[in-house]
Ligand binder design. Structure first.
Ligand SMILES: C[S@@+](CC[C@H](N)C(=O)[O-])C[C@H]1O[C@@H](n2cnc3c(N)ncnc32)[C@H](O)[C@@H]1O
Length: 238
């Protein structure tokens, strides 16, 4: 079903509003229903707010979230290496979600769920103090000035991250894009709610031992092959 004003409704931070509704007409939405044991789509992604561990994972392991999972290289490797966490991947692209769901389906140890959902909905998917870590790697940079406002990393998103993270919880960011990195630093200029644990314009050379230098996402491989320096920020909720 296509809703006539769907595009218009995507403007003006509509995604952050309580009256937001997902509207689309994409065949992969239905295909994703075939993975209902671990995929939650659209509004379903918001149905377990505050209850992910109690209702879904049925344990009290740390809840870790990735926004913009893409093809899932990080999610798959991290879930395999860390059986003692509860992981939730999230991406809004349909075909990419379907291709990742097929890979996740083959994983034996299902310490994860996958949300076909928008990162802007973070505070509607997770409750205050529910999340231990948020991973946000190689986000779409929206390089044109007139598109900058579409960047996820800005005040409403930082507010949501701060809300859902536990005190001491961490937001890990990597980007290839100088303009987006400067934009992030600018948004952090007067930010008092997070402690900056790491800030680097050359993560791999400055912090080769850091956890963030120990894995390479699909997009990161491309940027490294072009000799692009990897920029990174790690923030801890005070
Ligand atoms: C450049 S790709 C990077 C993918 C992956 N993190 C990597 O490093 O290989 C950016 C991803 O973020 C997703 N994305 C962009 N905006 C998003 C949003 N608002 N909510 C959820 N996912 C989003 C895109 O669909 C895409 O898969």
């Amino acid at each position: 079903m296509t809703i006539p004003n769907a595009k218009k409704n995507m403007d003006d931070n509509f995604c952050y509003r309580t009256d937001f509704k997902y509207t689309h007409d994409n065949p992969y939405h239905d295909k994703l229903a075939g993975f209902e044991t671990f995929v939650l789509r659209d509004e379903q992604a918001e149905s377990n707010i505050g209850k992910w561990n109690e209702r879904i994972f049925q344990n009290d392991k740390p809840l870790e979230i990735e926004i913009g999972t893409g093809y899932g290289e990080f999610m798959i490797e991290y879930c395999q290496k860390n059986p003692d966490i509860n992981f939730i991947g999230c991406d809004h692209r349909f075909k990419r979600s379907f291709s990742l769901a097929k890979k996740l389906d083959k994983m034996e140890h299902k310490n994860f769920r996958y949300l076909r959902a928008r990162g802007e909905r973070l505070e509607f998917m997770f409750q205050e103090n529910e999340v231990q870590s948020i991973f946000y790697f190689f986000p779409d940079p929206w390089p044109k000035n007139r598109h900058n406002k579409k960047r996820l990393f800005q005040t409403p998103f930082l507010n949501a991250c701060h809300k859902v993270l536990k005190p001491g919880g961490t937001l890990f960011v990597k980007t290839d894009h100088d303009g987006y990195f400067d934009w992030m630093l600018n948004h952090l200029k007067d930010e008092k709610r997070f402690e900056v644990l790491l800030q680097s314009r050359d993560l791999r050379n400055e912090y080769p031992e850091h956890f963030l230098s120990q894995f390479t996402t699909k997009f990161e491989k491309i940027f490294l092959s072009q000799a692009t320096l990897i920029k990174s920020i790690v923030l801890r909720k005070i």
